[in-house]
Design a binder for this molecule. Structure first.
Ligand SMILES: [Zn+2]
Length: 333
C-alpha cells in the first residue's frame, strides 16, 4: 500500500537483528522514559523493596513535551492532508504517545498490515528495524495503524487518515477477524461501546472507577467473550494499568497474564508492543517474588526486544540487567 510515489527497497539481504535507517540521518525525538509513568512507578517500588539503586534513565523528572514540527502549526489547509499523512507518533519506552513529528525520509515507507519492519525510538534517534528476513528488492514496509484492530476498522482508519484502501491479504481474507471478534456479538459490542468512556477515565486517572466499570462489564459477558476478543483485550489492558497505578500487584499480574496469549496471536512477528507487554508481566512477577516465572517471561521479552529494539538499546540493556538481578536473587535464595 502506498501513500507516495517513492518507496524504499532493500538493496541487500537484511536479517532481523541488523540495525537499518533509511538515510542514516539522526532524527529528533523527546527524552525517553518518564519516571512519572506507571511503568516508572512499578520499577521504583520494586527497586525500593529490593533496596536497588535507581538508574539515571528513570530519574527524568517530566513527561516530555510533544514535539511538533513547525510545519504542522503553520500548515495551510491545502497541505493539511499531506502533513497529516506524513506525521509519525513519537512514543516513549512504554509505547505511550508523547508527540508527533514529521520525518520526510521515513515517510517514504509504505504500509503493510503485516509489515517487515518496525520503528522504535532510542534517545533522540528513530530506528527502523527489520522483524523478518528481507530479500534483496523486497520493499520495506511498516504498519501505519495498530495491527490489533479488525480488518474493517483498519481499512476505515487507513482510508480516513492516509487516503487509500488497503487490499492486503489480511484485509481481504479477514482471517484474523474471527479471533478478534470472537464471542457473541451483542456481548462484545457492549464492551466496544464502553471503551471510549473508560479511556476517558484513564486520561483523568480515575483508576478505581475504571476497575469498577471493568468488573461490571466483565460480569455481563462472563465466560462468553474470550480474552482474545480485542475489545475485552483492550479492557484488560486498561484494568492492568489501573491496578499498577493502585499498587494492586496480584490483580495486575492476573490481568497482564491473560493478555499474553492474545498478544502472541496478534503479533506473530517480533513487535515492540509484545516485548513491552511481556516486560510488564515479568516485572510484576519479579515484584511478587515469582522469580522463576519472571526469569522465563523476561527471557521471552528479551528474545523479542533484541529484534525490535536491538541488543544495544537502553530498554534491552535494562531487561538484561533485570534478568541478572533475578539470577542473583535466585542464587542467593
Ligand atoms: Zn491490510
Amino acid at each position: 500500500m502506498r501513500r507516495s510515489g517513492a518507496r524504499y527497497f532493500s538493496t541487500v539481504s537484511v536479517a532481523p537483528e541488523e540495525r537499518r535507517r533509511p538515510d542514516g540521518s539522526v532524527l529528533e525525538t523527546p527524552e525517553r522514559i518518564s519516571a512519572s509513568s506507571s511503568w516508572g512507578r512499578l520499577d521504583a517500588r520494586r527497586r525500593a523493596r529490593h533496596n536497588l539503586p535507581v538508574p539515571e534513565a528513570w530519574l527524568v523528572p517530566r513527561r516530555p513535551s510533544p514535539v511538533v514540527n513547525e510545519a504542522v502549526c503553520s500548515a495551510h489547509s491545502s497541505c493539511t492532508k499531506e502533513v497529516t499523512c506524513n506525521c509519525f507518533s513519537i512514543s516513549d519506552g512504554e509505547l505511550q504517545e508523547v508527540g508527533v513529528g514529521i520525518y520526510p525520509s521515513v515517510s517514504l515507507l509504505n504500509h503493510a498490515c503485516r509489515p517487515n519492519c518496525v520503528m522504535v525510538f532510542e534517545g533522540r534517534t528513530l530506528l527502523l528495524r527489520a522483524v523478518r528476513d528481507i530479500q534483496p528488492l523486497e520493499e520495506l514496509t511498516i504498519s501505519y495503524t495498530d495491527m490489533m484492530r479488525p480488518s474493517k476498522e483498519r481499512r476505515k482508519r487507513l482510508q480516513e487518515q492516509y487516503y487509500f484502501l488497503c487490499q492486503c491479504e489480511y484485509c481481504t481474507s479477514t482471517d484474523t477477524d474471527s479471533d478478534m471478534l470472537s464471542g457473541p456479538e451483542e456481548a462484545w459490542m457492549s464492551l466496544q461501546h464502553h471503551i471510549p468512556q473508560i479511556e476517558l477515565l484513564q486520561s483523568e486517572q480515575k483508576w478505581e472507577q475504571i476497575l469498577t466499570e471493568f468488573q461490571a462489564l466483565a460480569r455481563s459477558c462472563a465466560d462468553t467473550v474470550p480474552d482474545r476478543n480485542i475489545y475485552l483485550l483492550r479492557l484488560l489492558d486498561l484494568a492492568l494499568d489501573s491496578c499498577i497505578n493502585l499498587a494492586q500487584w496480584d490483580r495486575a499480574l492476573e490481568f497482564g497474564t491473560r493478555t499474553l496469549q492474545p498478544y502472541r496471536l496478534y503479533y506473530p512477528d517480533p513487535h515492540p508492543a509484545r516485548a513491552i507487554q511481556l516486560m510488564r508481566v515479568g516485572k510484576l512477577q519479579h515484584l511478587l517474588g515469582r522469580l522463576a516465572e519472571a526469569r522465563d517471561t523476561l527471557g521471552q521479552a528479551y528474545d523479542v526486544m533484541k529484534v525490535t529494539h536491538g541488543s544495544e538499546h537502553a530498554l534491552t540493556n535494562q531487561l538484561r540487567r533485570m534478568r541478572e538481578e533475578i539470577e542473583a536473587e535466585m542464587g542467593s535464595a
